[in-house]
Ligand binder design. Structure first.
Ligand SMILES: NC(=O)c1ccc[n+]([C@@H]2O[C@H](COP(=O)([O-])OP(=O)(O)OC[C@H]3O[C@@H](n4cnc5c(N)ncnc54)[C@H](OP(=O)(O)O)[C@@H]3O)[C@@H](O)[C@H]2O)c1
Length: 281
């Protein structure tokens, strides 16, 4: 029997991409799953799919909330606790990316990324925190990004919102440890999702060129990221990665930070040269 059988799971941003992949995987493993997001139609479709793959005694439902609105998040968390009859696993996954150079990015975009990616996770955690504290068990996973370990050209606003999650998660981990609740941080790599498609729509040409030329920037499937998450989740390790390239990237950044900068700068210069060449054709 799966270790997730009969577990009660809440996933913010569970109607698309990685969050939906996780929701389906937990449902297949016998868990009850509650998903939240802003779009009702996608949530309804997701819940129907969860019912198809899940077990007959599991519960599946959804709540509509923008994670940056703490009042809505509180309402939805209460609905989830009532419907599931408690909660074992909280996965804060919602988020979006907006790229652009700092000079071209409006202050409102910086704030919006912080509101959704950082404060969104804070709001969801705070909405369930008392439940976990009084229960004195449970698991909270915060999804961030590999760009929370090292940022590159065009990601100033997005990476800042993801770096913020790391500081929050480390402190929350110690705080919740005192209540026997485990907090973990998962860093997805570039993953083929509707969110990535939107991100690529107005990405600076130089950022795209850097990514195309980078040895360590493969695009991963949702399935492989979900599989890596499920393998990492039961382990003691605080930080989770999805792939060997993420591991290598993290290793170089942590142990050889100046080398990481040199490699990144080399990639940027080569990308600029390739773009210059293309523009002359
Ligand atoms: N895909 C990648 O390459 C990649 C890489 C590193 C990290 N990540 C991170 O992994 C997480 C999932 O990304 P993804 O690529 O799977 O994205 P996705 O396909 O766009 O799915 C995002 C989910 O979050 C929800 N969401 C977005 N903004 C929200 C808001 N303000 N309030 C509530 N829900 C919101 C979306 O539903 P609604 O739009 O209906 O609200 C959707 O369910 C994000 O935190 C992302 O930053 C992704």
């Amino acid at each position: 029997m799966s270790e997730f059988n009969s577990k009660k799971v809440f996933i913010s941003g569970g109607s698309s991409g990685i969050g939906k992949g996780l929701a389906l995987a937990f449902a297949e493993a016998g868990a009850s799953v509650f998903v939240s997001a802003r779009g009702k139609d996608a949530l309804e479709r997701t819940v129907n799919e969860l019912r198809e793959v899940g077990t007959s005694n599991a519960r599946f439902d959804f709540g509509v909330a923008d994670v940056s609105d703490s009042n809505r998040v509180n309402d939805v968390s209460q609905k989830a606790l009532d419907i599931l009859g408690g909660l074992d696993i909280l996965i804060c996954n919602s988020g979006y990316a907006k790229t652009g150079t700092v000079i071209e990015t409006e202050e409102s975009d910086f704030r919006s990324l912080m509101d959704v990616n950082f404060f969104g996770h804070v709001n969801v955690v705070k909405a369930f925190q008392e439940h976990f504290v009084s229960q004195r068990r449970g698991e909270i996973v915060l999804l961030s990004s590999m760009l929370a370990t090292f940022s590159i050209y065009g990601y100033g606003a997005y990476a800042a919102s993801k770096f913020a999650i790391t500081g929050f998660a480390q402190s929350l981990r110690q705080e919740m440890m005192t209540y026997n609740v485990r907090v973990k941080l998962f860093l997805p790599p570039t993953t083929d999702t509707p969110g990535l498609e939107k991100e690529n729509f107005d990405k600076p040409a130089l950022s795209k060129e850097v990514e195309m030329g980078s040895l360590l920037n493969a695009t991963h499937s949702v399935d492989s990221v979900v599989q890596a998450f499920l393998e990492w989740f039961p382990k003691r390790k605080f930080v989770g990665y999805a792939s060997w390239d993420s591991w290598l990237q993290y290793f170089v950044i942590r142990h050889f930070p100046e080398l990481a900068l040199t490699i990144a700068d080399g990639e940027l210069r080569s990308a600029q040269k390739r773009l210059d060449k293309k523009s002359k054709l």
